[in-house]
Ligand binder design. Structure first.
Ligand code: NDP
Length: 294
């Protein structure tokens, strides 16, 4: 990234961009990235492309052939896309996940910006930097893995993971031990109340990283009665979920996933263009798109 180059067209960046996922219709990334490209004066398009799981390789080949400048990748492709690009950054390799691809003269490089996005969101929402802190991740899917590994590598003192399926949490723990041996890591099965109480003890931030809360009839991902007033609670889902609202009722400080979405997207923009991201404009684009759906 080159500070001071915001708004200077023509250095890097004009072209076609996209988000690959399945489904992707709900995404607000086009409005967020569109606001950034417009503000920077970069002529660019950003489209949503529905990619069924068995077509990822073919779609990536097509985007390369058609000289797309870059694209984002979301569920369920963030892991499989590692096999479709030419290079993977060490961070993305450690996270086992790619959410941003940069196409430089036909060479595809995969990056992971989810960890950065969560890191920036935690700083912005709670005034906390990751090094030396303790984090509890609720969930052990792809988003939890990418961000928990990033936090461990940044110097988090401790990462705790509560998940319905203990084995998935343990696989993240193995990865953390391999890439960040200085970080203490502990896993708890979601169905063990005593373990969950102990996992909550002394944490700086609780990060809700399951997909529970996307649908009205979802159960809560954690017994909210275990949350204490003053706790910092973030939900990766980018609206106020029933879990977050309950946490707020119990006196917790809360933030939803919009900050993470914003900052991971800002970093993608910087990787594509080499320009500092216009974060305020991107936030306005994101907020307008979210409000339009409410
Ligand atoms: P995955 O499908 O990879 O993981 C889903 C997680 O939810 C697993 O831990 C799974 O547990 C858990 N889960 C699902 N159903 C239940 C249930 N009924 N009871 C208990 N646990 C359950 O999803 P991702 O990791 O990719 O995404 C997780 C969330 O994060 C999504 O809501 C997504 O929208 C959000 N997200 C937000 C981002 C942002 O920028 N704000 C970026 C990326 C993701 P188990 O392992 O037991 O199956």
């Amino acid at each position: 990234m080159v500070a001071g180059e915001v708004g200077r067209p023509g250095i890097r960046g004009p072209g076609k961009y996209a988000l690959l996922g399945f489904p992707v219709r709900h995404s607000v990334s086009p409005q967020m990235q569109g606001a950034a490209f417009r503000w920077a004066g970069i002529p660019a398009s950003y489209e949503l492309i529905e990619v069924p799981p068995d077509q990822l390789g073919a779609v990536v080949a097509r985007l390369r052939d058609q000289a797309y400048a870059g694209w984002n990748v979301t569920v369920p492709h963030k892991e499989n896309v590692l096999n479709c690009v030419d290079e993977v950054t060490p961070e993305a390799r450690a996270a086992g996940s790619v959410n941003t691809v940069v196409n430089r003269d036909g060479i595809l490089r995969g990056h992971s910006t989810d960890g950065y996005g969560l890191e920036a969101a935690v700083r912005e929402s709670f005034g906390l930097d990751v090094p030396g802190r303790r984090f509890l991740f609720v969930g052990a899917g792809g988003a939890a893995r990418a961000t928990a590994v990033w936090f461990a590598q940044l110097g988090a003192a401790e990462v705790r993971i509560v998940n319905r399926t203990l084995g998935k949490a343990e696989r993240i723990a193995e990865r953390i031990r391999a890439v960040a041996p200085g970080c203490t890591v502990r896993c708890v099965a979601g169905a063990e109340p005593a373990g969950v109480v102990s996992a909550l003890s002394g944490v700086d931030v609780v990060i809700q990283a399951t997909s529970l809360g996307l649908h009205a009839d979802d159960p809560l991902p954690l017994d909210v009665a275990l949350l204490l007033p003053g706790m910092a609670v973030m939900d990766m889902i980018y609206r106020r979920t029933p879990f977050l609202l309950e946490a707020a009722r119990r006196g917790c400080r809360i933030a939803d996933g919009r900050g993470m979405l914003l900052h991971q997207g800002a970093r993608s923009f910087e990787l594509w263009t080499g320009c500092s991201a216009p974060v305020a404009e991107m936030r306005a684009g994101l907020e307008a798109a979210v409000a339009a759906r409410a």
